[in-house]
Design a protein around this ligand. Sequence first.
Ligand code: PEP
Length: 257
Amino acid sequence: LQRRPFIAGNWKLNLDPKETSAHASKLREALQGQDIVDVAVFPTALSIPAAIVELRASGVLVGIQDAHYHAQGAFTGTNSFTMARTAGCAMGLIGHSERRSLFHDTNPITSLKIQSCLSSGLQPVLCVGETLEQRNNGAAVQIVQEQLRSALEGLEPDQLSSLILAYEPVWAIGTGVVATPDQAQDMHREIREWLSNNSPAHVSNQTRILYGGSVKPNNAGDLLRCKDIDGALVGGASLSVDAFNAIIQVASEFAGR
Ligand code: PEP
């Protein structure tokens, strides 16, 4: 990997505060001394404080899984990136396919969230990816490019350079059907090419693009070996400290290559 590897765990709606304390403490122990791979976890909002307490001195970053694009106000039932920052988060996960499909996060809403996340001082992880139908119709690249264009339009180069991107084909998320290394690498190359056409060269060279969708310890190596895959966004397997740690170890083997 030319860029510093990044492995992130999306815990989704799992691990309550008590379970988070136990899980995060086990993760901290497993990762002691590990300084080759950047690691982040995204607990559910109620479990963020527990994760932060356990992971404070570990180097593992904690992020929020989505938030409203307003910093505060009459928006019952949600959170803001600004408050996540105050609570100790370092990152925001934005545009996940579950947000797009279950909670109507359109491209314009995703764009507002990116801007809010950036202005709150959190590092955004922007997820993009096509459905199976879109892939079968030959529209995958076009869909991903439109998601990028819409979410990133108007950002300054220094804002773009703080972003992490995650390519997550919808058909691979939580299905056990992982993209082949060629399918993933082809889309990661397209994403980097899009960046190089829409930002200064240092941004496209430095931006880390993660692959997400059924990453497990036994398929991580074949994916992370690819030139433009700089890490992984891991859902199901991040709920096992052993599996998540094993993926981090695989990423560390590819660091600097
Ligand atoms: C995800 O939710 O971002 C994800 C990639 O899930 P899974 O690893 O379970 O496919």
